[in-house]
Design a protein. Structure first.
Length: 250
């Protein structure tokens, strides 16, 4: 059986596995949500936009005769991941998640863990602080209820509308970042608190290490829970999974 892969992407993992399957001569398409204005180039054909929920994704898999799905979306793209699990179950198409382990608290860290974005925003109902808000532009509105803070926003793209809090600074930049630069950034803006999603991986970890070095507290947002699925953490593991599935005829 000749594989025809669908890679659900938008992450460094998606780019890495796209390059690997292209080098291996495997047919694949990478699908991006379209939330980033300047997505990284990919060595395989690319589609941009949603599928229309579980039903739309299942139909896409059938029409395009997809044989295997690799979910390499961001760990917080829970809706897409849930849709992929359901659509692959409906169509009996093998699914694997290529993801990154979450960060764990280490010596020198000062974390307060919260379950989601809304809980993080609720935790900021406190006297004014200088906050590095590292949650991405899609979640900024949740923090509008706490306009008393200064917010440092490091984003890939400009917000579609100006943030709904008056005291902020937008820094447009794309990772990976260095610990030294993030430490200098926090010192430059006199940051007192870092708010971060537990994205995992190395590309965004610099701010966590910098906060540790400066003894700053971190409000850490836990990953959303997902149904059981196969999760792999390395490119070669995913390639082995693909070839193993092909050898088994699935």
């Amino acid at each position: 059986m000749q594989p025809n892969l669908l890679i659900l992407g938008g992450t460094t993992e998606a780019t890495a596995i796209s390059r690997a399957v292209a080098a291996a001569g495997l047919k694949a398409t990478v699908s991006l949500a379209g939330r980033v204005e300047r997505p990284a180039s990919q060595p395989v054909p690319r589609r941009i936009g949603g599928f229309g929920g579980i039903t739309g994704l299942a139909e896409y898999l059938r029409v395009h005769r997809i044989t295997h799905v690799i979910d390499a979306t961001h760990p917080f793209a829970a809706r897409m991941s849930r849709n992929a699990i359901a659509a692959c179950a409906q169509t009996s198409i093998p699914l694997v998640a290529f993801t990154r382990p979450g960060w764990t608290e280490a010596a020198g860290d000062h974390w307060q863990r919260v379950v989601n974005i809304n809980a993080a925003a609720t935790s900021l109902a406190c006297p004014p602080r200088r906050v590095m808000l590292a949650v991405g532009r899609m979640h900024l509105d949740a923090f509008a209820r706490n306009p008393q803070h200064f917010y440092l926003l490091r984003l890939v793209d400009e917000p579609e509308t100006p943030p709904a809090f008056p005291n902020h600074h937008v820094l447009l930049s794309r990772g990976p970042f260095s610990v030294e630069n993030d430490q200098a950034l926090m010192q430059e803006f006199a940051i007192e608190l870092v708010v971060s999603k537990n994205s995992g991986g190395t590309g965004a970890f610099a701010k966590i290490a910098a906060a540790r070095a400066l003894a700053l507290p971190v409000l850490m947002i836990d990953r959303p829970s997902l149904p059981n699925r196969t999760e792999l953490f390395g490119v070669q593991e995913v390639l082995d999974w693909i070839h193993g599935a092909i050898d088994r005829g699935v």
